[in-house]
Design a protein around this ligand. Sequence first.
Ligand code: SF4
Length: 229
Amino acid sequence: MPGHQSRKEVILQVQAAPYYGGIATADAVGCSFLCAYCWNYNRNLNPERFREFYSPQQVASKLLHIAKKKSFRFFRISGAEPVLGERTFQHLTDVLRLIFQSKPDSLFILETNGFFLGYRPDLLGNLQPYPNLRVRICLKGSDEESFEKITGAKRDFFRYPMIALKELERLGVRAWPALMGDLFSREEIDRLEEFLREQGIQAELEQEFLETYPFVLDNMRKRNLKFNH
Ligand code: SF4
């Protein structure tokens, strides 16, 4: 897998989180990027120092336990990148299978940077059996230049999340792009939307907004990144 550095993923803590009106959340560690604004920057920089590895059975069992206790229907893996390579992709699909087998009416939101999914689109058919899976692909730049500045990864890799979005749409897996809206001008966002349409991607671009923790602002300053608001 190409990437700015190869990072080991160390999974997980599992918790109830307030997003989406209440969601059982498995908290991963490790990412193929190192975004300036990542709120898990230090954890993703040194993943081996944090947490334990949990098998798909352990993850699914803890998630299902939380969902039952809190009467949640939503699930997700968050905190880092859930898909770093083929083995973590297999881990994810095992978790999906176990969750949907036990609770078919669940909604599972996969939040990803889309890099590995676009690098290995041949694997994406493995997500087709799950109609209640939603894939939210967080784009890390509005173009190659901003992508490189924000992620620290090579600018050429900007295209992989687009490949993932296009292939997921072709397969009928529900997916959409998201962008940290505070970091880009209206013109840059318009240009990205146009680019997505040129790529044949139908889904609307969601805008999210940054958690401005002091260390986030500090890391952004170091990479010369500013807010537009
Ligand atoms: S892709 Fe997400 S998890 Fe990875 S470094 Fe960027 S913000 Fe953090």
